[in-house]
Design a protein around this ligand. Structure first.
Ligand code: 3PY
Ligand code: MG
Length: 259
C-alpha cells in the first residue's frame, strides 16, 4: 500500500478505473458529503470551479476524513498552487493547458522532490491529516505516490504529446474534451462528446500507455465513462457536484410524488 496515499496511484497503476466526482462548489461540508457518497475520489476544481486556497485547505481534509483520495485541479499556470495542494494533503494534481514540453517540465519541477524536480519541503498539513509524523518516508515515497496530471486540450498539446509524456515527473495526462473540441473544430464549437474527435482522444490514452504513463479524462456525460475506460483512461471524472444534487433531487421528488 502507498505509505501516504489512499491507493490512488496504486489503483491506477494496477489498471483500475477510478471514478472521481468533480467539485466546483467551494464548500467543505458539501465536498465531504460527496466524498462519502461512493466515488473513488473527489477532484476540487480551482480553474473553472469556485475552489480557492482556503477551500482546498478545508476540502482536502474533508475528503481525506472519508479515506477517499483528494485531487486538485489548479488554475492555468499556477504550478506554485500545485505544490501547495500537495502540501495540503492532495493525492494528485491536475494542471490545465499544458501545451508544451516547457510547461510540462515546469509542472514536474513544482510537484516532484529532488532529484526529479524542485518541490520545496513542507507537507506538514498533509502528514498531519494522515496522522504521520516525520518526513523522510514521505520524502522518499511522494514522487511515486502523489500524481501529476498534465492536461491535453489544445492542438499544441497534441503536437507535443510524446515529448510531454517523456518528461520525468509527469505521471499522467488528462484530456479536457470541451477545450479539445474547440481546438479540434478550430473554434467552430464546443461539444465534449463530439464523435469526430474520439479517435484522437483514444489515441492520447494509447500513447500514454505506450510510454508507461497514466491517462484521465473528464466525462461531461457520465454515460461516456465505460467508453472512456475501454479506450484506456483510468481516471474518469463522472460527476459534477451540481448534477449530483440536481439528479438526487429529481430522484427524491419523483419517489415522493409516487412515480
Ligand atoms: C475540458 O473539458 O476542457 C476540461 O477542462 C474539463 O473540465
Ligand atoms: Mg479545459
Amino acid at each position: 500500500m502507498a505509505a501516504y496515499g489512499y491507493e490512488l496511484a496504486g489503483a491506477l497503476r494496477a489498471g483500475k478505473t477510478v471514478l472521481t466526482a468533480w467539485s466546483a462548489q467551494p464548500e467543505a461540508g458539501l465536498v465531504g458529503m460527496i466524498a462519502g457518497a461512493g466515488f473513488d475520489a473527489v477532484t476540487m476544481d480551482m480553474q473553472h470551479g469556485g475552489h480557492h486556497e482556503a477551500s482546498i485547505w478545508d476540502g482536502v481534509a474533508a475528503v481525506l476524513l472519508r479515506r477517499v483520495p483528494a485531487i486538485v485541479r489548479v488554475p492555468v499556470g499556477r504550478f506554485d498552487m500545485a505544490s501547495r495542494a500537495l502540501d495540503f494533503g492532495a493525492d494528485a494534481v491536475i494542471a490545465p493547458m499544458i501545451n508544451s514540453v516547457e510547461d510540462a517540465r515546469a509542472l514536474a519541477a513544482f510537484t516532484k522532490y529532488p532529484p526529479l524536480g524542485e518541490r520545496s519541503w513542507g507537507p506538514t498539513r498533509g502528514l498531519a491529516l494522515r496522522g504521520v509524523e516525520g518526513g523522510n518516508a514521505y520524502l522518499h515515497s511522494a514522487n511515486a505516490d502523489t500524481l501529476c496530471f498534465a492536461m491535453i486540450e489544445t492542438r499544441a498539446a497534441l503536437d507535443a504529446l510524446d515529448d510531454i509524456l517523456d518528461v520525468d515527473g509527469i505521471d499522467a495526462v488528462f484530456v479536457g474534451p470541451a477545450d479539445f473540441s474547440i481546438a479540434w473544430t478550430g473554434g467552430q464549437g464546443v461539444d465534449a462528446t463530439l464523435d469526430d474527435m474520439m479517435d484522437a482522444v483514444a489515441d492520447v490514452a494509447a500513447r500514454a500507455k505506450a510510454k508507461g504513463k497514466l491517462a484521465g479524462i473528464f466525462a461531461v456525460d457520465p454515460a461516456m465513462a465505460p467508453r472512456y475506460a475501454q479506450m484506456g483512461f483510468g481516471l474518469i471524472a463522472a460527476g459534477f457536484d451540481a448534477a449530483i444534487v440536481n439528479r438526487g433531487a429529481q430522484a427524491v421528488l419523483s419517489a415522493a410524488r409516487g412515480g
